[in-house]
Design a protein around this ligand. Structure first.
Ligand code: NDP
Length: 328
């Protein structure tokens, strides 16, 4: 029998965790032939709730689920980890400045990076979901010097999926008819969803829409502010869709992206597209042989350049802020 893959999920008792764990255990993260062991990390106050979720996981009798362990200690939770899903984070609360937020998250992601460095399996892959995700990933990466830098990624797949559906609805086509959508930059309101390279039945997304005002005034803000719209409608932040995107990201990372298409993920920049090296920024990416590769040589017009630069600028400022806090 195949050796189970160790999947560590932090913030396991939270609402994204609740939506995520059942899908991992059912085989949707790694495929129907791969057994998994879950390692759940929570803060001490939330361990009991995580135990409740573990009871429910037991009650599903998932054939692929080979064990669940619950920890309040990062060293233990990341011991032997193959796939790390860093979901738990310190949310921004009223009156909190960005520096405070970054500092609070440094207190979470620095020790988690150290724990990954100390105990993770050689093939470890890390996806950060907890916000500010890109910079949290950078902090964890900085404290895991023995792990290849490229193994630290942050999630922009939910933004990508949101953009696919908004464009499909506008054009009255099925989401499967749209290829090569791109999210650039930070997973924040400055992100830039780019339809200029998207393909829709033989033309580009931009040509199919043929309405720059819609792209600028409707599409981009709708995608970028979708999280707030969900909170407004549901009275709670998006959870199932965020979990779904985390599943998509890891599945594609492990299994590869389909020929003739690409996806979006925040990965360490190699300097492509004017994004300073090392920033964990969203790019158009393909996954080949278990690695993300940035899609090269796309033409970037002035409309896109301005928006990519603005989001990347925000990432540079976040990096500067965590440097000043001594977190890098
Ligand atoms: P959620 O499960 O709803 O969200 C978790 C994180 O995901 C937040 O940082 C949230 O950011 C982020 N996120 C990223 N993308 C999205 C998206 N599209 N929609 C919604 N959220 C998104 O939070 P809960 O409060 O329900 O649960 C968090 C859990 O984490 C708690 O159980 C807490 O105890 C735990 N925790 C664990 C830690 C650890 O294991 N060491 C450390 C800190 C917390 P945003 O806030 O910006 O929405």
């Amino acid at each position: 029998a195949q050796v189970p893959v160790n999947v560590t999920v932090t913030g396991a008792a939270g609402q994204i965790g609740y939506a995520l764990l059942f899908r991992i255990a059912s085989g949707q993260l790694l495929g129907p032939d791969t057994p998994v062991k879950l390692r759940l990390l929570e803060i001490p106050q939330a361990v009991k709730a995580a135990e409740g979720t573990a009871m429910e996981l037991d009650d599903c009798a998932f054939p692929l689920l080979k064990g669940i362990d619950i920890f309040d200690d990062a060293r233990q939770a990341f011991d032997g980890v193959n796939i790390a899903l860093l979901v738990g984070a310190r949310p921004r609360t009223k009156g909190m400045e960005r520096g405070d937020l970054l500092e609070a998250n440094g207190g979470i992601f620095k020790p988690q990076g150290e724990a990954i460095n100390a105990g993770a399996a050689d093939d470890v892959r890390v996806l950060v979901v907890g916000n500010p995700a890109n910079t949290n990933a950078l902090i964890a990466q900085a404290h895991a010097p023995d792990v290849p830098a490229e193994r630290f990624t942050a999630m922009t797949r939910l933004d990508h999926n949101r953009a696919l559906t908004q464009l499909a609805k506008k054009l009255g086509v099925d989401v499967t008819e749209i290829k090569k959508m791109t999210i650039w930059g930070n997973h924040s309101a400055t992100q830039y969803p780019d339809i200029f390279h998207a393909e829709v039945n033989g033309t580009t997304g931009a040509k199919a829409v043929n309405d720059e005002a819609w792209v600028r005034d409707e599409f981009i803000p709708t995608v970028a502010k979708r999280g707030a719209a969900i909170i407004e409608a549901r009275g709670a932040s998006s959870a199932a869709s965020a979990a779904n995107a985390a599943i998509d990201h890891v599945y594609d990372w492990v299994n590869g992206t389909p020929e003739g298409d690409w996806t979006s993920a925040a990965i360490p920049s190699d300097g492509s597209y004017g994004v300073p090296e090392g920033l964990i920024s969203s790019f158009p990416v393909v996954s080949r042989g278990g690695r993300w590769e940035i899609v090269p040589d796309l033409e970037i017009d002035a409309f896109s350049r301005e928006r990519i630069d603005a989001s990347v600028q925000e990432l540079s400022e976040e990096r500067e802020a965590v440097r000043k806090l001594g977190l890098l």
